[in-house]
Design a protein around this ligand. Structure first.
Ligand code: CMC
Length: 387
């Protein structure tokens, strides 16, 4: 084992070559397929970015139209999936239900388990994009005890998210274009982030030639943790707690700095960004715009700004290069759009889906070997077996 390099958390190990996302943590640069995140968030939409991330080039108008049509074809989810949903308690966390339902899709679509050519790959991509969106919203409908909705063929992909979530039998539901626009932006900003914990998980599981649904189900589980995607829920719960206990942000800063206290300032710090998270900059601006346009006054936003200001001036955070990350402001927008807090990480998963798919596809197309790290054994030497 002398030749093995120990690198817990893979802080300095590259696990693959990739053409999908470029990230410079020092300069705060993030690009998908060579296009800056700022440009894409401003000028594109989520489905176009999904196509770009997955297939490598921006689609022509015709390709984009076809992609949308092909996704639409696969948005019907087997009715028997409803029996599985019925088995969960209403109080189950949506991320746990989402992971289970994604895995269950394998049972109903055995052909998507393995792809053998580019046609099957394309079908697997469209199926995953279609069915995942629907089941993601079903986790919310289940928690509310509402009837499950079906994809509406007259609406776009992101618009369908709002329809699937919020339309009730009592009347039609029309989402505000401001809301759709904000969601497009948020999903774009989450679309890929190179070899983060959930994406590495998707690639690792897929490297054994497990199918796309099974690999993505594992990615959902990895994303759920509070150090990763679960941070967006944790941030909002933290801000609410600060608000409810009198708004003393400094008390929470002190807790975060106390090495005897396990509390961390949620939404702060990043493994790779050491100057700022470019996504957080865009989201902070979007939060101001969305709340302003929708006329929402949220005291939580003021607390978040105060907390950020104090942390940025604080020696502890400065010396460790801890800045607000993507999760710090996203929850404030989700909240303004009427998304319940325990659905925030599901929102992250919907946004990250094209990235997971693209990375799985790249891994398979590059014929990468099975992921199998080594270890440095530090246990007992040989012992004689005696009771
Ligand atoms: N609050 C207080 N101290 C922190 C924080 C924080 N949020 N983040 C890092 N530190 C300290 C940490 O205690 C350590 O201090 P010391 O050197 O004295 O031991 C130092 O900063 C370095 O931290 P680390 O844990 O070694 O860094 P890491 O790269 O392993 O962890 C992280 C990165 C994102 C897991 C971590 O910063 C964190 O836990 N942040 C809070 C959770 C969060 O917001 N996660 C979302 C990440 S971005 C989007 C996503 O992936 O979903």
């Amino acid at each position: 084992s002398g030749l093995i390099t120990l690198d817990p958390g893979y802080k300095n190990s590259g696990s693959c070559k990739s053409e999908i996302t470029f990230l410079d943590g020092e300069l705060g640069i993030l690009r998908y397929r060579g296009y800056s995140i700022e440009d894409l968030a401003e000028k594109s939409n989520f489905l176009e970015v999904s196509y770009l991330v997955i297939f490598g080039e921006l689609p022509t108008a015709e390709q984009l139209h076809q992609f949308e049509e092909d996704i639409r074809k696969y948005t019907l989810v087997n009715e028997e999936m409803k029996n599985i949903i019925d088995g969960f308690p209403k109080t189950a966390h949506p991320m746990g239900v989402l992971s289970a339902l994604t895995s269950a899709l394998t049972a109903f679509n055995p052909k998507s388990v393995n792809v053998e050519n580019s046609k099957e790959m394309y079908e697997a991509v469209c199926k995953t994009m279609g069915k995942f969106l629907v089941i993601a919203t079903w986790t919310y409908r289940k928690s509310m005890g509402f009837p499950l909705n079906y994809y509406d063929n007259t609406k776009g992909y992101v618009e369908n998210f709002m329809h699937l979530m919020f339309e009730l039998p009592t009347g039609p539901y029309a989402a505000d274009p401001v809301v759709i626009n904000a969601l497009d932006k948020l999903f774009i900003l989450h679309a890929d982030h190179e070899q983060n914990c959930s994406t590495s998980t998707v690639r690792m599981v897929g490297s054994s030639h497990a199918g796309l649904f099974a690999s993505i189900s594992a990615g959902v589980s990895a994303l759920w943790g509070p150090l990763h995607g679960g941070a967006n829920q944790a941030v909002l719960e933290m801000l609410e707690e600060i608000y409810k206990t009198g708004g003393d942000a400094d008390k929470y800063l002190a807790k975060a700095k106390d090495k005897n206290d396990p509390f961390r300032l949620m939404g702060f710090g990043h493994r790779v960004y050491k100057n700022f998270d470019p996504r957080a900059k865009i989201i902070k601006k979007a939060a101001d715009e969305v709340l302003g346009t929708l006329g929402v006054e949220d005291p939580i936003l003021a607390i978040a700004k105060k907390l950020e200001e104090s942390a940025l001036e604080d020696e502890y955070f400065k010396s460790r290069n801890l800045y607000p990350n993507v999760d710090f402001y996203s929850g404030i927008i989700y909240r303004a759009l009427g998304i319940p807090t325990d659905m925030f990480t599901v929102m992250f998963a919907i946004g990250r889906l094209p990235g997971w798919i693209a990375q799985w596809k790249e891994m398979r197309e590059n014929k990468e070997p099975i992921g199998r790290p080594r270890q440095v054994y530090v246990g007992h030497p040989l012992r004689e077996f005696k009771r």
